[in-house]
Design a binder for this molecule. Structure first.
Ligand SMILES: [Fe+2]
Length: 265
């Protein structure tokens, strides 16, 4: 049996069974009887699995692209097109669940937004935690969120001049003021947050598109729900300019932002 198939069977038996349902019964019987044909069965299963996974991912990318097709910013239609045609570095395959996997599934299931539905369907393939600015972020702050990079210069979908992904932020958390060279747009697909963008602070919920021009400080405070959003960087997408503009001590001090805390509940 090929090594990758053996590993797949041990680690993901339930999903193998789901895929097996799509195979001809006689092929499954041969698999049980003959090792040689087991190899063929495994290869067929593997190919079928990747095909089905790519369909799920393409559906997710199509729903995300719809968010950007009508964006007034010219980067919107460009982003939509990139999501639909940019090459994959490699097929999306089963990903190990991240530490916040169950929380992410819960908030996705609570939303009827098309992107939330399609991300939930693809969740088992998504490599959450691949935050491109992780090295610029203190561990206490990084622990408040989970980030999935879907598109960028390093993939998994190749785009030399865009970065795009998903972000989940835990309930009752404050992600402090920060900025970066990139122009940024957030599209919230589940939950809500008290959102600071420049001089404006207001609640942002499902359906909100929030724009941060280059170097505009922004911060998020969550209540009981947390939030999940699609983020997109365009323009100068370097990661080295990512910086916090308030201290960790201030950010984590519950007395530091009393009005905001009372607003979020
Ligand atoms: Fe940002």
């Amino acid at each position: 049996m090929p090594i990758r198939c053996a590993i797949y069977r041990v680690a993901h038996q339930s999903r193998i069974e789901q895929v097996t349902e799509c195979l001809r019964p006689e092929q499954v019987a041969l698999d049980a009887e003959e090792g040689k044909k087991t190899d063929l069965y495994c290869e067929n299963t593997w190919s079928l699995k990747v095909m089905k996974q790519n369909d799920v991912v393409k559906e997710m990318l199509a729903t995300i692209a719809e968010l950007y097709e009508t964006e007034a910013n010219p980067q919107g239609p460009y982003t939509a097109k990139a999501l639909l045609v940019a090459p994959f570095l490699a097929p999306f395959e089963l990903a190990a669940p991240c530490a916040l996997d169950s929380d992410i599934r819960t908030i996705l299931a609570a939303s009827s937004h098309p992107v939330a539905r399609s991300v939930l369907a693809a969740q088992h393939l998504l490599n959450w935690g691949s935050n491109p600015v992780e090295s610029n972020t203190q561990a206490e702050i990084a622990a408040l969120i989970s980030v999935l990079t879907l598109m960028g210069p390093d993939g998994p979908i190749i785009a030399p001049d865009l970065r795009l992904g998903l972000i989940y932020m835990k309930p009752y958390s404050y992600y402090p003021l920060h900025l970066h060279d990139a122009d940024e747009t957030y599209a919230i697909v589940s939950g809500q947050a008290l959102w600071t963008a420049g001089n404006e602070t207001k609640m942002r919920g499902v359906g909100s598109m929030v724009h941060h021009p280059s170097l505009m400080p922004h911060a998020f405070r969550t209540g009981a729900e947390g939030f999940l959003a699609v983020w997109r960087w365009s323009g100068d997408i370097n990661t080295h300019s990512y910086a916090f503009t308030e201290t960790l001590e201030t950010a984590l001090n519950p007395e530091a932002h009393p009005a905001e805390i009372s607003a979020i509940g």
